[in-house]
Design a protein around this ligand. Structure first.
Ligand code: NAP
Length: 322
């Protein structure tokens, strides 16, 4: 099968022929897995970190990067039928014509929802929804400021906060990005310049969702309303902010971190509840992730290099793009 391969830490990532995973074979167990023919895979920030060897977990080269996919089940197993459309996430392996996944890592694509849309809905929306619902407990009328609002997690947070009835303030670096945020439901859009002042002038925020970190975290925090909830979900800027603790003290603001892995280990029941709600919204057609571009698998290196230039999700077309 064709697969993107990383032979050395840091890349490059090249597409080549490798043997298919056992089908079914010695690894075909309850733990690992159901064979899925991949139609689309999504490129995530974490994939770049895994290739660079800077992610919290290491993949040993040579490996196939890619953590999110949608396609069809290639053999009936563990309650899934051959030919069923599914989407799911794994640590590595998705940038290939076939993956094997644990049953718990797979979900059925709801009827009427295109497979491509399912590939763009997954980790980013789950992260955003959990941060908004489980951590920040967003209620209708809350003012939610989203940093990095045109990125994968950011744009999902804009869309979902609007669906939850919040007033959304999207912070993004370019006019083009801000225009897309407005299309996805943001009432107010702001650049990063003088963020503390502009966010205050816009009425402040009850909730901040921050996938970016760096100096803007503190600026956003300084513009929060009393009693707000600040949720850190990532550090796309590469800089981990150091927050003076007098700020949450004086503002009555609570600081939270959200990490999918930690919640999966410690608060699985809550995650399952949130996932059921989120999938209900997705199946009802209320969630439409924005796809920035779809690249053939052969152009995986180009897709990975897009980085901050992407607005929303970047996909690889694997079934027809090899
Ligand atoms: N906690 C979790 O469970 C979880 C789950 C998924 C992702 N994450 C993390 O969340 C963060 C965002 O992920 P994502 O998928 O939304 O990434 P993304 O699609 O690449 O978007 C990141 C956004 O961050 C902003 N940014 C600022 N400085 C940047 C820089 N130096 N390089 C790249 N982007 C920069 C960009 O917006 P502007 O141009 O507008 O600044 C960009 O749109 C990452 O750190 C990721 O690891 C965490």
């Amino acid at each position: 099968m064709r697969a993107a391969r990383c032979h050395t830490v840091g890349g490059p990532v090249v597409v080549e022929d490798i043997p298919e995973p056992p089908f079914p074979g010695p690894e075909f167990t309850e733990e690992n897995g159901i064979p899925v023919d991949v139609h689309y895979a999504a490129v995530n920030f974490a994939d770049v970190l895994v290739i660079d060897g800077t992610y919290q977990m290491r993949a040993e080269p040579p490996f196939t990067p890619g953590s999110e996919f949608a396609g069809v089940v290639a053999a009936s197993a563990h309650g899934f039928e051959k030919g069923e459309r599914v989407f799911g996430s794994i640590f590595v392996g998705a940038f290939a014509e076939r993956v094997t996944a644990r049953p718990a890592a797979l979900s059925r694509v709801p009827d009427g929802i295109p497979t491509q849309r399912a590939a763009a809905f997954g980790v980013s929306h789950a992260t955003a929804y959990d941060a908004l619902r489980l951590v920040a407990d967003v209620r209708p009328g809350d003012r939610v400021a989203v940093l990095g609002a045109a990125g994968g997690v950011g744009l999902a947070a804009v869309e979902l906060a609007a669906l939850l009835g919040a007033e959304v303030i999207a912070v993004a670096s370019t006019e083009e990005k801000r225009a897309v945020c407005a299309e996805q439901g943001a009432q107010v859009t702001l650049p990063y310049d003088e963020l503390k002042r502009s966010l205050r002038n816009a009425g402040g925020a009850d909730v901040v969702i921050d996938p970016v970190g760096g100096p803007y975290a503190e600026e956003a925090l300084r513009a929060m309303r009393w009693g707000g909830r600040f949720v850190s979900v990532g550090f796309a800027s590469g800089e981990i902010p150091r927050i003076p603790l007098n700020l949450p003290l004086l503002k009555g603001v609570s600081l939270h971190g959200f990490d999918l892995g930690g919640w999966a280990r410690h608060r699985r029941d809550d995650l399952v509840t949130a996932r059921t709600e989120l999938r209900g919204l997705f199946a009802a057609g209320k969630i439409r992730p924005r796809v920035h571009a779809v690249y053939p698998l052969a152009d995986v290196a180009e897709a990975l290099a897009l980085g901050r230039r992407a607005i929303g999700k970047v996909l690889l077309e694997v079934a027809h793009g090899v």
